[in-house]
Structure formats: structure tokens, C-alpha cells
Write a protein that binds this ligand. Structure first.
Ligand SMILES: [Zn+2]
Length: 344
């Protein structure tokens, strides 16, 4: 596990390529499986014990956690160290505004460093984007583009213009340039005005029209909150572990597999079965056998026969029945005699 800690420091300040992430995961998960077959997907192993995982570290989400932490510090401090990124993101309305936009990195009108790109990519994975056409800013919007680049005009945002609703009248039609200037003042020229209104696709205008004209309880547009999971990203201190599990939870909500114990035991007893044995004073090897058993990957003869074509699937004790995990531990005459002795 030392390898992981060595990778953390560079991940604080550099973008880590997908190739490197894959390689690091390969080394780590090969270590867990002792360079043999990986029986359980790494996304399952990365889950919490009670969810059937081993709390193994998937470097992708570890990297994501560090990037999200950087974003959190960037949002919450006025530290001098953030001067350069602050200037860069100012061109898009500042980081706090950008995070609320439905942006696509490739369409942003400025070229971001790989590090900042990676930060924003991880952000997009975690962010709860509740799409509503009137609350989604027209700025930095992946659907509102000119020559395939999204738009951002600071003077417009300064005037409080960011929702498509701000550009239409009460019948849902675009304001004329003159009406627009009467409403907000003569701060922009007709060319820019036409550029912006033309960039807004008909489909969005149509939705806005529907909202403005028919919705009886239409509320004025409000910028979305910056939420990840159920937490307000700005306010609550979030632990690294929480962020990491949030990634796994959002991206891999539930994975059922053939021999999952959920198929055999009631749902409410499963978490206990998955964690209770960890506290027993038994050697790690025994715990490993337990984990393998309840995940249906114990290398019984039947399992090895089915999976790898081993010649025999006969029980090593009685030599008559098929050696399934159940048979080996419980139903075999030898094992059941043993259990009877134990419970005498
Ligand atoms: Zn047997």
C-alpha cells in the first residue's frame, strides 16, 4: 500500500493521466489478488465492508478526492496561492459561478490546464445537476454556443442577466434590442445581442415559453446551489473518505452478482454478516476465507473445475460428492460430524 501514498503527493498538484491511473490500479489490485485472477470487480472491492467491499483504494477516486479538495480550498479561501487560477476562472465568471453552469470543458472559450480540466471533470461526476431550463445559466452552457464555444459576457452577468428568462417578454418571445436596452440599459451593442439570442436553441426557448406562459407558480430564476450528494459543498467540511465513497456510490450504485449473499440472506442481516467477523480474533487468512466464502469465490474443487477446467470436482474429504463450498463446509459427512461435535 506504500505505492498509493507515494502517488498522493503528485496528485495534489498535477493532472494524472488515465494511463497512469490504470497502471497504479493494476499494481494495487494485482497485489490484493496476489497476481492471480481478479474474482471480484475493483468497484465492488472499493466499497465499504458493509456494502460487500474491502475498502480497497481505487486510485481514480482517490485522485478525484484530492482534486475535489483542491476545489474546496479554492472556493473557500482568499489565499495568495490561488491567485493564478482565480485570474483564469475570472474569464468565465469565477469558479463559483462556473460550477453552477452546465458547462462542457471542450466548449469553454479558454484553454484550461490539464490539472484544472481534471478538477472540473471530477466535479461534474459528483455535482447534483438538477436541470431546469430557467435556472440553468446561459453562460458557459454546453448547449448555447457560437462556433461550438460556450459564451460568457461579464457585463451581462453584472447586470443580473444569466437565465434565458431574462431575455424574453411575458409571452416567451425574445425581447427586441430596444426593449432589452430599456430594461437593462444601453450596455451592449446590437451585434452582441443578436449573437446571444441566436445562440439560444429553439428547444430551450420553447421550454422557457412554456414555463413563462403556462406555469401558474412560476418562480423567478435562481442560480442552482452547489450540492454534492446532499451536502452544500461550500459550507460543510467533508471528509476524504466521504468524498471517495460518494464517487463510488454515485458511479456504481448497486452491483448484484451471481453469488452475492443478498441472494441468500435477508437484506437487513447482510451488513452484519459482512462486518461482524472482522472483529473476531482470528488470523487474516481466516478472514480472507470468510470473505471469499460469502462472495461465492472460495476455491472449492467444484469452483476450480467450472472456472478453470480442473479435472476433478470430487470432495477432498468424502471423495464421493461434488465439492461445492456448501458441501465442503456443511453438508459433507465429515464436516457435519465436526459441527455436531462443536455444538454438543
Ligand atoms: Zn464430502
Amino acid at each position: 500500500m506504500e505505492s498509493i501514498s507515494r502517488c498522493i503527493y503528485p496528485a495534489y498538484s498535477l493532472a494524472i493521466s488515465n494511463r497512469a491511473i490504470k497502471k497504479i490500479n493494476q499494481v494495487n489490485f494485482n497485489y490484493i489478488w496476489r497476481k492471480k485472477t481478479h474474482y471480484i470487480k475493483k468497484t465492488v472491492l472499493a466499497k465499504k465492508y458493509e456494502d460487500g467491499g474491502l475498502e480497497a483504494i481505487d486510485f481514480d477516486y482517490m485522485n478525484g478526492t484530492l482534486k475535489i479538495n483542491w476545489l474546496k480550498s479554492f472556493l473557500n479561501t482568499n489565499n495568495l496561492w490561488f491567485h493564478i487560477p482565480r485570474q483564469i476562472f475570472k474569464m468565465l465568471g469565477g469558479i463559483e459561478f462556473l460550477l453552477r453552469c452546465d458547462f462542457l470543458i471542450q466548449k469553454l472559450p479558454i484553454k484550461l490546464s490539464l490539472f484544472h480540466q481534471q478538477v472540473l471533470l471530477y466535479w461534474k461526476l459528483l455535482y447534483n445537476h438538477n436541470f431546469t431550463p430557467h435556472n440553468s445559466p446561459i453562460w458557459n452552457n454546453r448547449y448555447i454556443t457560437v462556433r461550438n464555444k460556450s459564451l460568457f459576457y461579464k457585463e451581462w452577468l453584472d447586470k443580473g442577466i444569466w437565465s434565458p428568462v431574462h431575455l424574453v417578454d411575458n409571452t416567451g418571445q425574445f425581447l427586441s434590442y430596444n426593449d432589452f436596452c430599456l430594461k437593462y440599459g444601453y450596455f451592449t451593442n446590437v451585434k452582441t445581442f443578436k449573437l446571444v439570442t441566436k445562440a439560444i436553441p429553439d428547444s430551450i426557448l420553447h421550454l422557457i415559453k412554456g414555463i413563462v406562459t403556462t406555469s401558474t407558480n412560476f418562480t423567478y430564476p435562481q442560480l442552482p446551489l452547489i450540492l454534492i450528494g446532499d451536502c452544500n459543498f461550500r459550507e460543510i467540511p467533508i471528509q476524504n473518505k466521504t468524498i471517495r465513497y460518494l464517487f463510488i456510490h454515485i458511479l456504481f450504485p448497486f452491483q448484484s452478482y451471481k453469488n452475492c449473499i443478498l441472494n441468500f440472506f435477508p437484506k437487513d442481516t447482510v451488513p452484519l454478516l459482512r462486518v461482524q467477523y472482522l472483529k473476531f480474533p482470528i488470523p487474516p487468512k481466516m478472514k480472507e476465507i470468510h470473505y471469499r466464502t460469502f462472495n461465492g469465490i472460495y476455491p472449492s474443487n467444484d469452483f476450480l473445475h467450472q472456472r478453470f477446467g480442473f479435472e476433478t470436482n470430487c470432495c477432498s474429504f468424502c471423495n464421493t460428492d461434488i465439492e461445492t463450498t456448501d458441501h465442503l463446509f456443511f453438508h459433507c459427512n465429515f464436516s457435519s460430524t465436526f459441527w455436531q461435535d462443536v455444538f454438543k
